[in-house]
Design a protein around this ligand. Sequence first.
Ligand SMILES: O=C(O)c1ccccc1NCC(=O)[C@H](O)[C@H](O)COP(=O)(O)O
Length: 256
Amino acid sequence: MLEQLLAGSLEDARARRETRSTAQVEAEALARPTALDALEALAPADHIRVIAEVKRASPSRGDLADIPEPQALAAQYESGGASVVSVLTEQRRFKGSLDDLEAVRKAVSIPVLRKEFIGEEYQILEARAAGADLVLLIVAALPQQTLERLHEFTLQLGMTPLVEAHTADEVARAVDLGSQLVGVNARNLSTFELDRDLFGRVADQIPAGVIRVAESAVLDVADVVRYREAGADAVLVGEALVTNDPIATLASYLSV
Ligand SMILES: O=C(O)c1ccccc1NCC(=O)[C@H](O)[C@H](O)COP(=O)(O)O
């Protein structure tokens, strides 16, 4: 499944490149104001940080919410205290787009993450050109050399890579990379199975000073408490925020 998702995202990127060349997107990316400092926004605090996701649908859960105005939802996330907004731009299974990302960028002043299956530089340039401050790099989807190359490319653009792992070995690869922002996804992206205890088992592998993000499987405040007690600096939450009142839900998380 992860291979299929990456292949689909790359195919869509290649189709867009037919009408928007790399040089053109690069020029737009470089013309953008400097990216916002995501590491500062997610720095450890006396409450857990929240990366709030704009997520219409997913392969594991089908349709979640229509979200006709992603910018309005993102503005609610910001006023509710989220530290970063994540925008799923994958179009085939998540029903997202770069237009969503651009609309969100215009509506909020906190950092914005492009959540996509990224395998080449063009997609990172697109992210910056649309105003993203962070991109997701999934360890399981990339050979280490490619991961290193894309990590470096992201940093050169002044952006922050969120390096996502799902096993102890993948966490080790993220740490080897020198990543300052490591996400541990409870969801196996190939089988969709959720391993709620994974974060607690691998958190100690992430060195002090590196920001630890627990991703997926937050359905209520008890899940946030569990991640916090296991050492998470931040949680990345999609479904629970798009299917409930985002402001009240965020308030309950931020009390942890
Ligand atoms: O959400 C899925 O079904 C999914 C399937 C395959 C690859 C990625 C997938 N989701 C991306 C994410 O990592 C989540 O959107 C994110 O962590 C938020 O998860 P949740 O709070 O459980 O919606």
